[in-house]
Design a protein around this ligand. Structure first.
Ligand code: APR
Length: 273
């Protein structure tokens, strides 16, 4: 049995399979990764994007944020085959949940697309008309939104980024409060409920798939370890090795858009066997 077949049969047998993704899953869609060749942290100084700087110097923070936003999100990116596989797995209850560190919203876009042709869209729309999906947990928030630090109102990022580019620094909400990208900045805590949910999913999982992440920042580094120490089969799909490979049962050094459609084929044939 190949390692991919082993992983597919574990996914098929699992009561709770969880996927955890990072920037590598969106790289084939054109979104840059953070580390490695052409990673954005080569071109930008991570230290300029801390919560402390946002609080001290929101105008300066927004000048740099606009540059980063234009580098990362300049264009309408589309989900790729790997996002689609995870969306279909979630729709078909093969996966319990997709935990993502990505702030590009592509998992939600894939889920919307998938559910509009499937039967069971678990779609909920919040008061601000932003669509989220029950099966997706965006651990680091969503960069396509901003949030007012005073009244909490959310808005789409694009027009706010344009206002900052036009010299409104920092951009402000109607209430007078300052807008902050709706993401978890360096030095900012992940919301407690989100972290608790991610940890309990890792603990409960029979299969934990880490896909397209360098697994070097927290909680990325600990979630697969939590899953492994609770007996889950851990699979890692990543072009490069990671510090967590030693606890994984299967490591696939493959492109996500090759590995995930293959995994799906094998899961489908295991399910119909
Ligand atoms: N297929 C598989 N793996 C890929 C592909 C691909 N097509 N393209 C890139 N990768 C791998 C790279 O080899 C790299 O190890 O994806 C990984 C991406 O790693 P990072 O850039 O470090 O991204 P991520 O793990 O998501 O970063 C975590 O760090 O700065 C923060 O907040 C940011 O959420 C981010 C967090």
């Amino acid at each position: 049995m190949s390692s991919l077949e082993h992983l597919a049969s574990s996914v098929d047998d699992a009561e709770t399979a969880v996927a955890f993704t990072g920037a590598g899953i969106s790289a084939p869609s054109g979104v840059p990764t953070f580390r490695g060749d052409d990673g954005v942290w080569d071109a930008f100084d991570e230290g300029q994007f801390t919560y402390g700087r946002f609080q001290r110097d929101p105008a300066g923070f927004w000048v740099d944020r606009v540059d980063l936003y234009r580098t990362m999100f300049d264009g309408e990116y589309e989900p790729n085959a790997a996002h689609d596989v995870l969306a279909e797995f979630a729709r078909d209850d093969v996966l319990e949940s997709v935990l993502t560190q990505n702030t590009d919203g592509l998992h939600a876009k894939a889920a919307t697309r998938t559910n509009s042709v499937g039967e069971t869209g678990e779609t909920e729309t919040d008061a601000n008309e932003f669509t989220t999906h029950e099966s997706i947990l965006e651990l680091h928030g969503n960069a396509r939104r901003v949030r007012c630090t005073d009244c909490g109102t959310r808005a789409a990022s694009d027009p706010i980024v344009e206002r900052a580019e036009d010299g409104e620094l920092p951009p402000r909400c109607e209430c007078g409060g300052i807008y902050k990208p709706d993401v978890v900045l360096f030095g900012e805590r992940l919301p407690k409920t989100v972290l608790q949910r991610a940890r309990s999913l890792a603990r409960e999982s029979d299969v934990f798939l880490a896909i397209g992440s360098s697994l070097v920042v927290e909680p990325a580094a600990s979630l697969p370890r939590i899953a492994a120490s609770n007996g889950a089969t851990v699979g890692i799909v990543n072009l490069e090795s990671t510090p967590v490979d030693s606890v994984a049962d299967v490591c696939l050094r493959d492109d996500v858009t090759t590995a995930l459609p293959r995994l799906q084929e094998l899961v489908d044939s295991a399910a119909s066997a």
